[in-house]
Structures are given as C-alpha cells and as structure tokens.
Write a protein of this length. Structure first.
Lengths: 103, 103
DNA sequence: CTGTCACATCAGCCGATGCTGATACCAGCA
DNA sequence: TGCTGGTATCAGCATCGGCTGATGTGACAG
C-alpha cells in the first residue's frame, strides 16, 4: 500500500455533527451563523467542532468583518478517499484470489 | 450529493487498532491468532474489536476448525471511498467557483 | 465610548467506549 | 470423558470527547 489511511483524520470526520458540517461546506462556503441555522446546534458547540476541523486541516477560515467563513480543503478529502480506495482495491484482490495465511 | 458518507462506518474505522486490523486484513485473510501476533493486543481486546467490525459489516467470518478467519468485505470500503470522493469533488467545485452564501 | 453582534475560550458534567482479568463456550484430540 | 487450545462474553475500570452555560475578545454602528 502506498499511502496509509489517516486514523486521526478519520476520527475527526467520524462525528455525526462534524460530518454534517463538512457535507454542508462541500456545497457552499458558510460562516458559523449559517451553520447554526442549518444544524440547530448551539454556537458554542459548533465553535468547538470548527476548531477540531481547523486543527485537522479539514477547513480553513476567511475572516469577513465580524464573520468568519469556513472553506473546505478538498485535497484533504481527496487524499482520504484515495487511500481508502487503495485499501478497498487491495482487499478486493485479496478476497478474489483467496489469499490467506495458514494457521 | 448522491450518496452520503456513513458516519457510523467512519466511527468504526476511526479507531487506530481497528484501522490497523483492517489494513492487515486487506493484504491477507487472517484469524485472531495472527492478529494477536501482528498487533500485540490482548486476545480479549481483539475479539471485542472484531465484533464491532463484524456488526458494522466490515468483515465476515469463516470458521476453520477451532480457528476463525476474518475476511474483509471490499464493497463496504469501496462505497465509503466513493462517497468520500464525491464529497471531495463537490467541495473542489465549490472552492474553485468561490460559491459562498452571503451573511 | 458604549452597546451589540459574531465568534472563541473555559470549566464542568456525563455518557460512550476502549482496555483488562475472569470466565464461559466449543472443537479437536487422547 | 477429560484435557488443551482458540475464541467469545461479561463486569468493572478509566479515559476520552461531546455538550453546555458563563465569560472573554474583537469588530462594527451610533
């Protein structure tokens, strides 16, 4: 396998609310106010999740007056999708050829 | 978006040890004994994780005498990689066209 | 300067989950 | 029928992480 799947990135994206946020941001760049409207979550909670996403490199921020826009970084998602695809391809070959270790 | 990313499946795969197990199983079908050797984890712990992976549909079991082989189900990983790829593609288009909601 | 609004930070609670030792189950073998 | 070895289950513990209310910060309007 060339690239390995990033467990930390998986963990960050595995939370239901964060995944919802990422899905919303995939369609259009939004700021916290919009995300509060869309998700119904508290501003505090949302801010915490945005921090996690920011520190994981999933989103980047763009200040705009008092507002802060959150923009997704597609390369991160591409890389994850790619490494998972590789894993799936490897698994498929293993299953189809019946490769197994004797015990 | 056609398919949405499965948060539960992400959660299952987000654990470091489980991801390690899945990566090992992608190369060759193994039984618990091998996984204990490879990961150094306790048999009890490993058995718990295998139950989680089994219930999530990530692996399927094949009894072989007193042993139990665990085989990955590639379709599950393919689907996840695919939906993540779609998400990434959507995000890329959003970023490149500068699509954002006014606040 | 003062008030308001958008957002971030902090401390605390609490439920979820990973890890472990003890134990049960089950297949093969003598 | 016992014994051994591979695996599953159970109860308890400890930690992690998400949610919340209170509070801080920084920018705009009047």
């Amino acid at each position: 396998m060339l690239t390995s799947v990033d467990a930390e990135l998986m963990r960050v994206l595995a939370d239901p609310l964060r995944l919802r946020i990422v899905t919303l941001l995939a369609r259009e760049t939004l700021c916290t106010t919009h995300l509060v409207e869309e998700t119904g979550a508290k501003q505090t909670n949302l801010s915490n999740h945005m921090k996690v996403l920011r520190e994981a490199g999933v989103v980047e921020t763009e200040p705009c007056g008092r507002f802060v826009y959150y923009r997704l970084r597609p390369a991160i998602l591409d890389a994850l999708a790619g490494s998972l695809g590789e894993l799936a391809a490897t698994a498929r070959e293993t299953v189809e050829t019946g490769r197994k270790r004797a015990c």
